[in-house]
Design a protein. Structure first.
Length: 306
C-alpha cells in the first residue's frame, strides 16, 4: 500500500467503499449513493490503486470483498461515522427536512409490535427518513453497533461492553395460545395438560431447548415439540389450524388475537419475563439525529409493549 497522505486522498472514496461492501453490487451501490455506475466504478479503480488490491472481486452476479477489504471495513466504518458525528455536533436537527437512513436490529416480535407505531410517528414528523430493520445474530449485535453497521438494536437483556449504552423498554410476560375451538380452550390449562399437548417452538437456532423447556426440565418435566420454526407469525398460522400450543410473548399474542382464531391462556409454570432493551453505541450520543430517533423509538416501543 502507498504511503498515506490525507491531503491527497479523496475521503469520499471510502463512502463508495462502504456502499459497495454493504450492497455487494456496483449498481445497487450507485443507487444507494445517487451516483452513476461509471462514477462508482471509477472510484473503485482509484481505491484499488491506492491499496494495491482488488478489494472486491466478481462472484456470481455480485462483488465479494477480498481479505484486505474484510480486514479494513470496520475501521473505515468507524472513521466515517466519527466524521459524520463530528460534522453533526452542535448542529440543529430538523426532522421534517432530514433524509437520512437509519438501521435497527430487531427480531420479528419487535418488528411486529413496534414498527407500526414507530413508522406512523416518523411519517408524520420526518417523512423523508428511511428506516431499515434487520435481523442480526445476538453474538454480532455489539460489534455491529460499534462499527456503525447498525444504529440501534432492540432485544432481550444482553451483556454489553463499556462503550455500549442501553435502556429498558419493558418486560414481556409469556402466555400460551391455542386455536379458538381447541379441545382445551374451555378447561383450565394446568401443567399436566400443557405437557401432554404438542407444541410449536419458535427459535432462530437450529436446535436446543426454549426458555419454557429449561423451566420444565428443572421440575423434571418435558414437552413434545411437533414443529420448530423461525417466527411467531408462521407459528400462529399453524396453531390456528391444529391442536398445537404456542408459548410466546404477551404483546405479540394480544396483537394477533385481534385477528381472531386464537385464545390466550396463562403459562402453567414459572417463567421469567423477557426484559427488552434498546441498545446504541456511545458515539451516537454526539449525533442529534440519532438522539432524536432514540427518543422516538423509546416512546413507540415502550408504548407498544404496555
Amino acid at each position: 500500500m502507498q504511503d498515506i497522505n490525507l491531503s491527497r486522498v479523496d475521503l469520499n472514496l471510502f463512502v463508495v467503499f462502504d456502499a459497495i461492501y454493504r450492497e455487494g453490487n456496483l449498481t445497487r451501490a450507485a443507487e444507494r449513493l445517487y451516483l452513476s455506475q461509471p462514477a462508482v466504478s471509477h472510484a473503485l479503480a482509484r481505491l484499488r490503486e491506492r491499496f494495491d488490491d482488488p478489494l472486491f472481486e466478481r462472484s456470481g452476479k455480485g462483488m465479494a470483498p477480498t481479505p484486505l477489504a474484510k480486514a479494513i471495513v470496520d475501521r473505515v466504518r468507524v472513521a466515517l461515522q466519527e466524521l459524520e458525528s463530528t460534522l453533526g455536533e452542535g448542529l440543529a436537527f430538523e426532522p421534517s427536512q432530514a433524509s437520512r437512513v437509519f438501521t435497527l436490529a430487531a427480531r420479528d416480535m419487535m418488528e411486529f409490535i413496534a414498527l407500526p407505531p414507530l413508522l406512523a410517528n416518523l411519517q408524520q414528523q420526518a417523512p423523508n427518513i428511511q428506516l431499515r430493520s434487520l435481523r442480526v445474530p445476538r453474538r454480532e449485535i455489539m460489534q455491529q453497533l460499534s462499527s456503525g453497521q447498525i444504529d440501534f438494536a432492540a432485544d432481550v437483556l444482553l451483556p454489553v461492553p463499556d462503550d455500549i449504552e442501553h435502556q429498558p423498554l419493558g418486560r414481556e410476560a409469556m402466555v400460551v395460545t391455542m386455536r379458538s375451538d381447541h379441545p382445551l380452550q374451555n378447561t383450565a390449562l394446568d401443567l399436566a395438560a400443557y405437557t401432554s399437548a404438542s407444541h410449536v417452538l419458535v427459535s432462530s437456532r437450529h436446535e436446543g431447548p426454549g426458555v419454557e423447556d429449561f423451566a420444565l426440565n428443572r421440575s423434571g418435566q418435558s414437552r413434545k415439540i411437533a414443529l420448530r420454526c423461525q417466527n411467531y407469525y408462521a407459528a400462529l398460522q399453524v396453531v390456528k389450524d391444529t391442536d398445537l400450543l404456542l408459548t410466546l410473548p404477551q404483546s405479540y399474542a394480544r396483537q394477533m388475537q385481534r385477528n381472531g382464531g386464537i385464545v390466550i391462556r396463562p403459562v402453567p409454570l414459572e417463567l421469567p419475563p423477557l426484559d427488552i432493551h434498546l441498545y446504541w453505541h456511545q458515539k451516537a450520543n454526539r449525533d442529534p439525529a440519532l438522539m432524536w430517533l432514540k427518543q422516538q423509538m423509546l416512546t413507540s416501543l415502550a408504548g407498544a409493549m404496555k
